[in-house]
Design a protein around this ligand. Sequence first.
Ligand SMILES: [Zn+2]
Length: 333
Amino acid sequence: MSQTNKSYRKLFDVLLSDDDLVTKQLIKNINEEYDKHHQPNFKAIERNVLEIREINCPYCGSFSFVSNGHTKNGTQRYRCSCGKVFSAASNSLFFGTKVNINAWHSFIEGIVSETSTKAACIKAKISYTTGHYWMKKIFKVLENFQNNIVMNGNIYLDETYVGVEESKEKKIYNKKMRGLSKNKICIVLMNNGEHVLAIKCGFGRPKEDKYYQTCWRHIKEGSTLIHDEEHVHNVLIKELNLKSRAYNAAGGKILKELAMKELQPINDECRKLKYFLSKHKGIDKDNIQDYLNLYSFITNCKMKDENLYFASNLLLKLLFLADAKIKFRDVIK
Ligand SMILES: [Zn+2]
């Protein structure tokens, strides 16, 4: 059983009744930590927003406004020339949430260290409902993260497949479909030592058209493709004028060993992605691209700087910079 907000409160009630000193001290510490994660700290958020970007009116975009007293949270209020009143956080993803910056930081640290969302919630001492809502915000800011990644040099490429939820499996004559059926989501993975890409490419074995549409914008013409000779790769090689280094494992023991060795970087990437997805089991596979964006974000950050602080700090910054507003009620139904 994991802690929920309710069980925390029950736990804190023990503080009043338990006579044991050690227990009392322990619960007192947990209580203090809990409070640190639950008191909204609007001032800290305001400070962060002001440090990261120039603020403007969230209603009309204007930069011409004057100070106008304080909000009831103690943060600076402004009045725009358009007549509307706003504060520094009103244009950010944090708008309207009783948010605590420590809790966000703990949560993000959990997520970028590739634990499950559940584990990140426990670390941040927030409910799963809140955690689910925060994930939506994170997905929103990472939505276009992979759009501008273009690979050059030696590019490893492969596909990996994950099954759809059992409830959504299509059946033939009431029997499970075998092999790379429509019940498998195809994910294209690329790695060139500098970047990683993970993109959904439909269901089952990809068709040439779809494959080309998914990949072409991410590969620079004239690059070298290192791959397993899968037929569908030919369309990229031809259209983008790529050099090809292909290793086919199907031609006997020696060729298999060679392929295993030469394709190890991309095989490792596939394994890492599957491990990452396994941590988020129970995810809605319709939204798998959100998780692929997150995987790509974390991996690309790690390739720049091994220290997880780099990734968590960047993600927090992106959340502060984001203009998109997601309302709690739009996510939780
Ligand atoms: Zn305005």
